[in-house]
Every structure is written in C-alpha cells, then in structure tokens.
Design a protein around this ligand. Structure first.
Ligand code: HEM
Length: 446
C-alpha cells in the first residue's frame, strides 16, 4: 500500500486551492525510491479537478489512487474511447458476447459508458434539485462565444481566483502584467450554467445534451492533461539547465513551499510560460488530424453554395478537411531547430541575449517572430471547436508544475527512457510504454 502522510509538517501536494475537491495529499509520504506512474497520478488528479470545476463535487479519485484502490469512474473514462473503437469494429453479436463474458475487467470496459452517464446524471439531478430549491445562486448565462477566454474558465471555478491570504502576499519581483484572468467574473460551476443556458429561441438545453457535454469534458480533459504534464516532467529529468531557471523563478514566488501562488502570479511568470508553450509545442497531447466537414453555406468564405474556396482549390460541401499540430509545431521555417526543446525561443529577450537585436527594426522583427510562432501553435486545436477546457488545462499545468518543482526532485525511474517515452499516436498521443514512471524525492531546502 502507498502511504499518504498527513502530518502538517509535510508539504501538501494540493495543487489547486479549489480544494474542497482535493484531499490534502503529499508525496512526501511515499518511499523516495518508489517509481510512480505519472500518467495514472495526473489522470486521477485531473479528473478530481474537472469534477470539482464542473459540479462542485468532491470525487476523491486521487485519494483512492494513493490507497491503490481502483476508482471506477477514472477507469471508465480511460476505457470509454477504447469501448467506442471496439464497439464500432466488431459485429453486434460479437460485442454482445464479449459483454457477457464473466470477467470483472471486461465488464468495466463494456459498461464504461453507463458508469460515466450514471455519474453525470446523478450530478445533474442533484444540481437541478439544488437549483430548484434555490440553494445556490442562479449562475450567469453561458456566453454564446464558442472559443473560451480565461475568464470563462474562472467563472466555472468558484474559489480559485478569489484572493486568499496567501495570494495577497506575492513576492515583489513577480510580474502579473500578463494576467488576463479576471477576478471579478461571476463564479459558477459548469453544470448549473449548462442547465440554465438558453438558446436564442429561449429553449433550454435538453438534459441529454447537458449530460453528453459533461461526459465530453471528463473524457477530453483527463488523459490530455496527464500526458502533457508527464512529458513536461520527463523532459525536466533530462534538462537540469531548464529546471534551474524554472526553479529560480518559482522559488522567488513561493517562499512557503506549501502555498501555491495565485494563478495571476503564475500567469505572469515569463519562464514558466515559455516552458509551457515549448512543452505544448513538442508534447501537446493531441497532435493528430482534427477533422472538419465543409458545410453548405453562404458565408463570405464560400464560393456560393458550391463549397469552400481554399486558396483557389474548390472544396465541395461534405468534404472532410483537416490539419494537425504535429507538423505545424515542427516547421523549421517558424521554429528553427524544431526538435530542440528550447523555452528561450519564446522569450522576447531571446534575440537580444544572442546579440542579434540592435535597432528598432530588429525589435519589430523580433515581435514578428514571436507572433509568427504563436500563430503556428495549435495544441488545443483551432476555430469554433477549439478545446473547451484550455483555460482549465493552463491553470492545472501551471499549478501542478510549480507545486511539484518547488517541493520535489524528480528523477526518471529505471526503464523510463527515450524508447519508453517515444510518442505514439492514437489520436491522443501516448508514450510507447503506456506509462511514465518517475521518482519524486522531497526537495532538500537550499
Ligand atoms: C493539456 C491539456 C489538453 C490538451 C492538449 C487538449 C487538446 C484538445 C484538442 C486538440 C481538442 C480538439 C480541438 C479541435 O478540434 O480544434 C480538444 C477538444 C476538447 N477539449 Fe481539450 N485539451 C486539453 C485539456 C482539456 C481539459 C482540461 C478539458 C475539460 C475540462 C478539455 C475539454 C475539451 C472539450 C470539451 C473538447 C471538445 C470541444 C468541441 O468539440 O467543441 N480539454 N482538446
């Protein structure tokens, strides 16, 4: 059994201060030499956070994970895409047969859709009852814009952006000028906002759609987040130079290692932001083709109702088109030495540090370089179907990274190497070994 230390003398691994949802959990209680599969660790953590931010419900998946007890919902979410593939590739009679095999693991896989739907429906009925009883204030309507902004996310997160006592004493050196996270947004969970949402014709969203949307968030946000974080930490086990720079920045804003700074502070950390951009460039968890269908439309981009004019190529309605992040993020004309993990490329001071900036024309060129790179980044997709949880993902990545790096030395376990971490594409990208085993040692204060 994995021991979870509860002593207050330990640094809590409690990455979000939404943490009615998260148990006080510390990795200090783990044997320093026990390799942990971070894919699993962060999958449970991400689910706890998503469930907290969607329903205000404390799932406790990470607590179960720490006790090595299986959390059925986490398993079901992992199984759900596999179930879909299996279900659509084998004939119906064979599928029915598979589902009758008396094997507990197989039953979980076959029932993964039901397990998820049941969990979400229960939250929906509970929330509906609370709303009816007016126990929680009516939330603001969900904005009709499809692409979310940071404040959309925060409005689903009731406690995070509220300044806590620890957030009110940031280190003076920390800039928050990049902070686009608004503090005055109304706070509400995702679910009541969906339940109260009204289409322009005044109709509310059917409950089946609400359930499906919520299930979508859980499936889409869990593995993607845990895979990205796992690769980020794995990269750091090999790059002491980057780790040192990150630590310098983190230590300055986290004098108390157990107190994670407010997201506004984290959001303004230049090197951390550069690191995350570079991480998403090379290790974004969904780098595959994102399909769209050319609609029949009279929009200005269309050549009448005949289709879409793509740089002189006529695409008829119904044509499936797609693009993907993998090659966009590795275009050497935009990202020189594209395979090199180089957070510095995202720093405005990068060219200056190489002595390449002399006059104002150079500065303009530098600004254009940064803008060009930014425009080629699509780790969360693009357009009207861009990732619905990208703001939450950005927050989780920042909070988890600073909490871990402030408190732990991270080492690759034996067997975790270039070969085991080789990226394999199954729409969501996975390490070849399907695990990422790292060892966390409590960090010795300098
Ligand atoms: C680092 C973590 C994540 C990555 C790399 C990622 C990436 C993506 C990508 C590439 C797409 C497809 C977008 C497109 O087709 O243009 C997507 C869709 C989506 N993601 Fe994420 N995602 C992450 C985290 C999350 C989280 C935490 C949530 C929810 C809490 C979430 C919810 C969604 C949803 C709901 C969609 C479907 C959007 C739609 O079809 O309208 N994602 N994500």
């Amino acid at each position: 059994m994995i021991t979870v230390a509860t002593s207050m003398t330990y640094s809590f691994f409690r990455p979000l201060d939404v943490s009615a949802a998260l148990c006080p959990f510390t990795l200090h209680g783990l044997s320093a030499h026990t390799p942990l599969d971070t894919l699993s660790l962060f999958r449970h953590l991400a689910l706890d956070i998503i469930v907290a931010s969607s329903y205000g419900f404390r799932l406790g998946a990470i607590s179960k994970w720490a006790l090595e007890a299986e959390d059925h919902l986490t398993v079901a979410i992992g199984d759900f895409p596999k179930r879909g593939i299996l279900r659509s590739t084998v004939p119906k009679w064979a599928w029915n047969l598979v589902c009758k095999i008396p094997n507990a693991r197989l039953r979980l896989l076959c029932d993964s859709d039901k397990i998820m739907a049941e969990f979400v429906s229960t939250r929906v009925y509970e929330m509906r009852a609370k709303l009816n009883a007016e126990k929680i204030p009516a939330p603001i309507p969900v904005p009709t814009i499809v692409a979310p902004t940071p404040s959309h996310f925060l409005s689903a997160f009731p406690t995070f952006s509220r300044s806590s006592s620890r957030a009110s004493s940031p280190a003076p050196s920390c800039s928050s000028e990049d902070s686009s996270f608004s503090e005055d947004t109304e706070k509400s969970y995702l679910l009541p906002r969906l339940l109260n949402y009204k289409y322009p014709n005044g109709e509310t969203m059917p409950e089946t759609h609400v359930i499906s949307e919520c299930m979508g968030h859980m499936v889409a946000g869990t593995d993607t987040t845990s895979i990205s974080l796992s690769y980020f930490l794995w990269e750091l086990t090999r790059r002491q130079d980057i780790l040192r720079k990150l630590r310098d920045e983190i230590d300055a804003v986290m004098p108390d290692p157990s107190a994670t700074p407010d997201i506004k502070i984290l959001n303004g950390m230049e090197y951390l932001n550069a690191f995350i951009k570079e991480g998403l460039r090379l290790y974004g968890a969904a780098p595959s083709l994102l399909e769209r269908v050319v609609p029949v439309s009279t929009s200005k981009n269309f050549a009448g109702a005949d289709g879409f004019d793509l740089m002189g190529y006529a695409l008829p309605p119904g044509t499936i088109v797609s693009t993907q992040a993998w090659s966009m993020h590795r275009d050497p004309a935009v990202f020189p030495s594209p395979e090199t993990f180089l957070p510095e490329r995202w720093l405005p001071s990068y060219a200056a540090s190489k002595g390449e900036l002399v006059g104002s024309a150079d500065e303009e060129r530098e600004a254009a370089r940064l803008a060009r790179m930014a425009s080629h980044m699509m780790p969360f997709g693009t357009g009207s179907r861009i990732c619905g949880g990208l703001n939450l993902a950005h927050i989780i990545m920042r909070v988890v990274l600073v909490a871990v790096l402030r408190n732990f030395e991270v080492e690759a376990a034996p067997g975790t190497n270039e070969k085991s971490m080789d990226m394999r594409d199954s729409f969501v990208m996975f390490p070849a070994a399907m695990e990422c085993k790292l060892i966390f040692h409590p960090r010795v204060p300098a």
